[in-house]
Design a protein around this ligand. Structure first.
Ligand code: FE
Length: 335
């Protein structure tokens, strides 16, 4: 009799928790800014009825929060930028592997974690930009060649503290080996026109203002600038396009399901949708990025920059070699 009552109580609890689960929203921690994700989440809610509750904060703060919250985290999904940060999250044990045919079909191999703990959702190209008033594109060739003597006092760089440059350097280590990569970074530092900048946008402004002639930025920052001022005398150059030079450095923004997600099935469905053709165009174009799903075209503004060959080494390498890259940049005097 007692056993019977326990069973019944258990059944009632199960029903209650099922109802609760249905009513509960999927919770997302996002380092991607509010205005870049809200339109997508709204579209998903409208389509499925599933509410999404999201918190935005800086990459590092979100990761520390997930680590601290551990099993008690309300978050089902972590959305962040740069493979270096995604790799860190996997390394710190806050994500879980997701085996999904839909995700495998949507996202190319080199843009996802080899262990399936995270998936790229948009691609950002970190490439060369130049003053169309003072530089001919034929003067440019590769990232490495920005260390040539002809760029003495003409190069601008963003700080090495930014993960984007750590990832760029890490991928260069993969391609060239540590010694050569260090020599390249040193040659860049020798060519600097001025102190390093704290943002890609400041760097672009410096080129426009004539403070320097060439630099390296994520293309979406140029997209934002172009949107405000289509006549800005700066253009994009795609380096390393010759065989054996790797291709343009690309990175991702992406997401993974948290290890202690309370609504893992719902969160995986949301992730699959974000990677699907239906969502990918909007996901990428809101930030002038490239869709990670190759079946989806880029926005008109982005397409106007032309096609390029990307480096297809798995972006996870950027995380694996991050510490090495930071030390290398420090040795090279790159602030
Ligand atoms: Fe950014």
């Amino acid at each position: 009799m007692l056993k019977h009552i326990t069973c019944l109580a258990g059944a009632v609890l199960t029903v209650l928790s099922l109802q609760a689960a249905q009513a509960e929203p999927v919770v997302v921690y996002s380092a991607r800014k509010d205005h870049l994700i809200k339109p997508l989440f709204d579209a998903y809610t409208q389509k499925t009825g599933v509410e999404i509750q999201f918190t935005t904060a800086k990459e590092a703060a979100l990761l520390e929060r997930l680590v601290a919250e551990d099993k008690n985290t309300p978050a089902d999904m972590l959305m962040t930028v740069d493979a270096g940060n995604l790799w860190q999250a996997a390394e710190r044990g806050v994500l879980q592997a997701v085996n999904s045919d839909a995700l495998e079909k949507s996202i190319p191999e080199h843009l996802q974690d080899p262990d399936n703990q995270w998936f790229g959702l948009s691609v950002r190209a970190r490439t060369i930009v130049y003053s169309t008033e003072r530089v001919k594109p034929s003067d440019l060739s590769s990232y490495e060649a920005l260390g040539d003597a002809k760029w003495k006092g003409r190069l601008c760089l963003r700080t090495s503290k930014k993960v984007y440059n750590q990832s760029l350097t890490a991928m260069m280590i993969t391609r060239l080996g540590e010694e050569k990569a260090e020599a390249v970074v040193k040659s860049w530092v020798d060519n600097l026109a001025t102190d390093v900048f704290s943002s890609d946008s400041q760097l672009l402004e410096a080129i426009a203002a004539g403070q320097c002639d060439v630099g390296v930025v994520n293309t979406y920052y140029f997209g934002r600038m172009q949107e405000e001022n289509p006549e800005v005398p700066i253009a994009i150059f795609w380096p390393n396009q010759d065989d054996g030079l790797g291709g343009v450095h690309v990175n991702v923004s992406g997401a993974g399901i948290t290890k202690y997600a309370k609504h893992p099935e719902e969160a995986i469905k949301l992730l699959e949708w974000l990677a699907s053709p239906e969502a990918q165009g909007l996901f990428a174009s809101l930030n002038h990025e490239y869709p990670a799903n190759p079946s989806v075209p880029s926005s008109d503004l982005v397409r106007a920059w032309g096609d390029f060959k990307p480096d297809t080494i798995n972006v996870a390498e950027a995380g694996r070699l991050q510490v090495e890259a930071v030390k290398l940049m420090d040795r090279a005097g790159y602030k």
